[in-house]
Design a protein around this ligand. Structure first.
Ligand SMILES: [Zn+2]
Ligand SMILES: [Zn+2]
Length: 407
């Protein structure tokens, strides 16, 4: 009884076989295609492939779409030969899937091996203003004189009498990749260099502490914990490698962290993205670059709201994903790591790693993304996740080239 009903189903199956339309030109008449389709269906049935009708229609359609009149019968014959050779059997499909999974895992390991070769030597990190060893705190003192990051005027951050109105252009002069020249027109207001001292005003000048010792006097530097990194047995451990990007604001302490974003190397997913309250009084949130207009607003990701947290909370969260062994990838990462007060030596910095031949000049992330990925980034406000991902993808694109050369 069961056999009879099965046979009935199969017969119905065969009757509903239809060659799917191909535009603009089919490689054979409808009748010819139907004959081939029935052959494919019968062969699949013989091999007990699941859903033979659906599979037959799909396979024939794929060939019809991509074949000329001349090649179509040959491709169909090859397909029939493949079916007879068990290429479409369930067991074989499982085997192919398994092989693909193994290949993918092996490739991931290969990329990790290549990434480790790109870690910047410690002496190069040091000469690029990374803090890698013990930093003895040294406060700048009230008589500390510095230049305004925006207008260049000399002032004393600790002395309010030296403050005055800062007149500046908020946008930087763009570098033209085609002409290899810096533009002489400010994008913020379209004014030419020399025509005006600035289109924006603020009642205070802004500054940045660059010396590690001075930074350490505000918040001490620490190393990430030495927790072993994630593995198949400990998937919740810190990441093998991560893209990292921070946004900073101007405060009474110079520049401080206001947003930290971490992207997983393996998945490309953002695993941490939080806004952070600075310790000092905010002078300017640098909204045009940081993208943050209100420090208390927090961030909303995929419909979930994350409130603004303190610096210590942010760094503790960071250590869930970053251990001393985690390879951190970013562009000009010394700024980010100094802002996080993180002593770290496992770093792949795209600004140090990818200057072009015979050129000492560091390239912007925007220009590297354009060169290596054909991707346009930073069209508006900076997006930390976009920047962190771009730096990682630049590294991946270069590894892909390297592996390609070896194989
Ligand atoms: Zn301007
Ligand atoms: Zn100024």
């Amino acid at each position: 009884m069961a056999t009879q009903s099965a046979a009935k189903v199969e017969r119905t199956d065969a009757k509903t076989l239809v060659a799917q339309p191909v535009t603009p030109y089919a490689p054979a008449t409808h009748q010819q295609r139907m004959d081939y389709l029935r052959t494919i269906f019968k062969e699949l049935e013989l091999k007990k492939v699941r859903f033979p009708r659906r599979v037959a229609m799909k396979l024939e359609h794929n060939i019809a779409k991509s074949s000329s009149k001349v090649i179509y019968p040959k491709n169909i014959r090859n397909l029939v030969a493949d079916i007879r050779a068990d290429k479409f059997s369930k067991a074989n499909q499982e085997k192919v899937k398994q092989e693909n999974r193994q290949k993918e895992a092996a490739l991931k390991v290969r990329y990790k091996e290549e990434l480790e070769k790109l870690i910047i030597p410690t002496y190069l990190l040091e000469s690029n203003h990374y803090a890698v060893g013990l930093v003895v705190p040294k406060p700048v003192g009230d008589d500390y004189v510095t230049s305004c990051e925006r207008c260049g005027i000399k002032f004393q951050p600790g002395n309010s009498r030296t403050q005055s109105t800062c007149v500046y252009h908020w946008a930087r002069l763009p570098y033209d990749l085609a002409t290899k020249k810096r533009s002489n027109v400010y994008p913020c207001c379209s004014e030419r260099v020399g025509e005006s001292s600035g289109c924006s005003r603020l009642d205070k000048h802004v500054y940045k502490l660059t010396e590690s010792q001075n930074l350490a006097a505000v918040i001490p530097f620490v190393m990430a914990p030495t927790t072993s990194i994630a593995s198949s047995s400990n998937p919740d451990n810190p990441l093998f490698a991560a893209g990292i990007d921070c946004e900073m604001a101007y405060t009474t302490y110079g520049t401080e962290l206001i947003r930290v974003t971490v992207v997983d190397w393996d998945t490309g997913h953002t695993v941490l993205d939080r806004t952070v309250s600075p310790l000092g009084e905010i002078v300017d949130l640098n909204t045009h670059f940081s993208g943050i207009a209100d420090i208390n607003a927090g961030v909303t990701i995929d419909g979930k709201h994350y409130p603004t947290i303190s610096f210590n909370e942010a760094r503790n969260l960071l250590f869930k994903f970053v251990s001393a062994q985690t390879i951190l990838i970013g562009h000009g990462l010394e700024n980010d790591l100094n802002t996080l007060r993180l002593l770290h030596t496992q770093v792949v910095d795209t600004a140090i790693r990818y200057p072009t031949l015979n050129e000492k000049r560091k390239h912007s992330l925007k220009s590297l993304a354009h060169t290596y990925l054909g991707r346009t980034i930073q069209t508006g406000e900076h997006d930390s996740a976009e920047d962190a991902l771009a730096a990682m993808d630049i590294v991946k694109a270069n590894i892909k080239k390297t592996i390609g050369h070896i194989q």
